[in-house]
Write a protein that binds this ligand. Structure first.
Ligand code: HEC
Ligand code: HEC
Ligand code: HEC
Ligand code: HEC
Ligand code: HEC
Length: 476
């Protein structure tokens, strides 16, 4: 085989001859060591554990480590080129390259250097990656390290799902979901590294379908019956007059005989829609599949859909879009915290003053922290000195509570402010149910998607100071 011979003589021998320099040898060791770590990671993920589902591992194993691998190759090449041009310039190129053989002391010496350096590099890279994997798998990595996730992370920790890992809802199970999330995660991290990402970050329907996430833990086929919402609100008067509303929501679902009822039962797998925006806030086209298999289309007057719009089967996330990170309105958050005792409803005009402070514009959370605190304290010190003298701790505690409300809902650095992430449950603060139930979605036969208040709830008590019903129920 003359070709093989000439390959050996014209390429292999010169490669090893020129390659026998420090730079190329270290390069060789770096390449081998990173290849070994990559191979070890692949073996571990194929055989189960260590195959973490964290999408951000992509940054380590898809970008960083292959980068190190390529760096090693580049070093080999650069070393060869430098040595070659040096030998050429000093006229030291041998007329004929030595055999590649273990008998050759120079070749053996080079091999020893590569072997030792590979072991050292393998330990360094391996330990580095092991620690990286362990670290990236923590919720703190997903939520905190990556400062762009600060809003979702803060809301997550006060939600019912604070014990559910981010990846449970954001990564679909199985290989496809894993690869998808990995590619996406790597892309997103890269965008963060080069500081080129959208602010605010919107979901844009990139969350896997509920069947792949929510339904692993929740049973869609149960009847939740009615749910009583108790909502306390405060007026802007000097005594922050408290009123209570009681709303009986007909949540329903599917009973053991398969009957569908209420809010849950009405939509289950039977409603499709198309939206004009990526956040699904404007929905001009809705289709219902009736029990006999026929369909009814409801269209909003003057609807115009982009040609790219595709029907989407409604699932849990279309209503519970803020299940793990719900951002409140200023008023909603304030009322809820006041009902819990702090900010204190016993301070004159607290509700009015607090709302003004919460709704003001601040440059950063640090700015908000100082100015909300000092704003409230200054208000009582100057307008109600006697209150300040006697209730100082309450004023300071209320200021701290206001800062807490602000800092879990508004993130100036990420352009997340009141109302940026609308909650689709309800219809008072954002369109929510009324994206379809606004009474203007009509079928060809003149049917409309209902807007009748009592189909969804009974407004049992509406803003009463002391509802008798609450006392009857034994509630305070
Ligand atoms: C219980 C399920 C669940 C968990 C747990 C969860 N998320 Fe989400 N996440 C969602 C849903 C649902 C959306 C919104 C989907 C939509 O509006 O289309 C979302 C949206 C987001 C968005 C897009 C921006 C936004 O606010 O809409 C980010 C970023 C995000 N989540 C980060 C996180 C992080 C970080 C964690 C862990 C600290 C986490 N999520 C945990 C379900 C979850
Ligand atoms: C890993 C399991 C798990 C997953 C996945 C999960 N949940 Fe939950 N969810 C829970 C648990 C547990 C609770 C009850 C928490 C409590 O009451 O303290 C809960 C509570 C809820 C509640 C009632 C409390 C509230 O916040 O209103 C809703 C609604 C809900 N989940 C919807 C969802 C939706 C929608 C998804 C998918 C985006 C989802 N869940 C995914 C475990 C899960
Ligand atoms: C048409 C909108 C809609 C859809 C779709 C929907 N829900 Fe709900 N769900 C609601 C409303 C409204 C409530 C009551 C609101 C509240 O608790 O404040 C509720 C309440 C709940 C609760 C809390 C019940 C309680 O006692 O606190 C859970 C859990 C829940 N839903 C899970 C799901 C799951 C899982 C799915 C998907 C199979 C789903 N929901 C689909 C509207 C919806
Ligand atoms: C994507 C559109 C859409 C959204 C959003 C939506 N619905 Fe519906 N809903 C429908 C359609 C379509 C029907 C069936 C109408 C019919 O049969 O006349 C329906 C039916 C219902 C029914 C049964 C009505 C009846 O006459 O029996 C209830 C209750 C209901 N929805 C509650 C809600 C609640 C609560 C929300 C918000 C949390 C909500 N829906 C959000 C489309 C929607
Ligand atoms: C398609 C279903 C639907 C229809 C129709 C509907 N609502 Fe609602 N409404 C809801 C849901 C769901 C909530 C609860 C949101 C939540 O969990 O905070 C709500 C909450 C409310 C609240 C706030 C209750 C509180 O104290 O927090 C008021 C007030 C209200 N609705 C009034 C009305 C009136 C008046 C009508 C009739 C014009 C109406 N709604 C029609 C679904 C509906």
């Amino acid at each position: 085989m003359p070709n093989a011979g000439s390959f050996r003589e014209n390429w292999l021998r010169p490669f090893f001859f020129y390659g026998n320099n420090w730079l190329s040898l270290i390069g060789g060791a770096i390449t081998t060591a990173s290849a070994m770590v990559l191979a070890a990671f692949w073996v571990i993920s194929v055989f189960g554990h260590g195959g973490s589902s964290n999408p951000y591992l992509g940054i380590l194993f898809d970008l960083l480590l292959p980068g190190v691998f390529v760096l090693g190759l580049v070093l080999i090449l650069v070393g060869i080129l430098i040595r070659r041009s040096y030998l050429l310039a000093t006229d030291q190129v041998p007329s004929f390259f030595p055999e590649v053989s273990l008998q050759d002391p120079a070749f053996r010496h080079g091999l020893e250097i590569v072997a030792v350096a590979t072991i050292v590099n393998f330990i360094i890279v391996g330990v580095g990656c092991y620690r990286g994997v362990a670290y990236m798998d923590t919720v703190s990595f997903c939520g905190q390290t990556c400062h762009v996730m600060a809003p979702e992370n803060a809301a997550y920790h006060v939600s019912s799902h604070s014990g559910v890992a981010c990846t449970e809802c954001h990564v679909a199970p199985g290989a496809a979901g894993y690869v998808h999330a990995k590619v996406n995660g790597t892309k997103q991290l890269f965008m963060v590294v080069v500081d080129h990402y959208p602010k605010p970050i919107m979901a844009d329907s990139k969350v896997p379908a509920a069947s792949a996430t929510c339904l692993h833990c929740h049973n869609a086929h149960i009847d939740l019956g009615d749910k009583l919402l108790i909502h306390k609100a405060y007026a802007d008067d000097s005594s922050n007059t408290q009123t209570t509303s009681l709303t009986l929501l007909h949540v329903g679902g599917q009973d053991v005989l398969g009957h569908l009822s209420g809010i849950h039962g009405a939509h289950m797998g039977r409603i499709e829609y198309m939206a004009t925006d990526s956040a699904n806030q404007t929905i001009p086209w809705v289709r219902k599949t009736n029990s006999d298999g026929s369909t009814t289309d409801f269209v909003a007057a003057g609807a115009a859909l982009p040609s790219s719009a595709k029907p989407h089967v409604m699932d849990c996330i279309d209503c519970h879009n803020r299940a793990a990170h719900s951002f409140d309105t200023a008023q909603g958050a304030l009322d809820r915290m006041m009902a819990q005792g702090s900010p204190s409803a016993s301070l004159p005009f607290l509700h009015k003053e607090a709302l003004t402070l919460l709704n003001a514009k601040y440059d950063s959370q640090t700015d908000a922290k100082t100015r909300i605190s000092s704003g409230l304290i200054t208000f009582y010190r100057s307008q109600y000195p006697s209150v300040w003298d006697t209730h100082r701790a309450q004023v300071e505690g209320s200021a701290a509570a206001l800062v807490k409300i602000y800092s879990t809902n508004v993130f100036p650095s990420m352009k997340v402010t009141w109302g940026t992430h609308p909650n689709n449950i309800g219809h008072n603060d954002s369109p929510g149910c009324f994206r379809c139930h606004d009474g203007s979605h009509t079928s060809k036969t003149g049917q409309t998607i209902t807007n009748d208040c009592s189909t969804c709830h009974n407004l049992v008590v509406s803003n009463e100071p002391h509802p008798k019903l609450l006392a009857d129920l034994g509630m305070r």
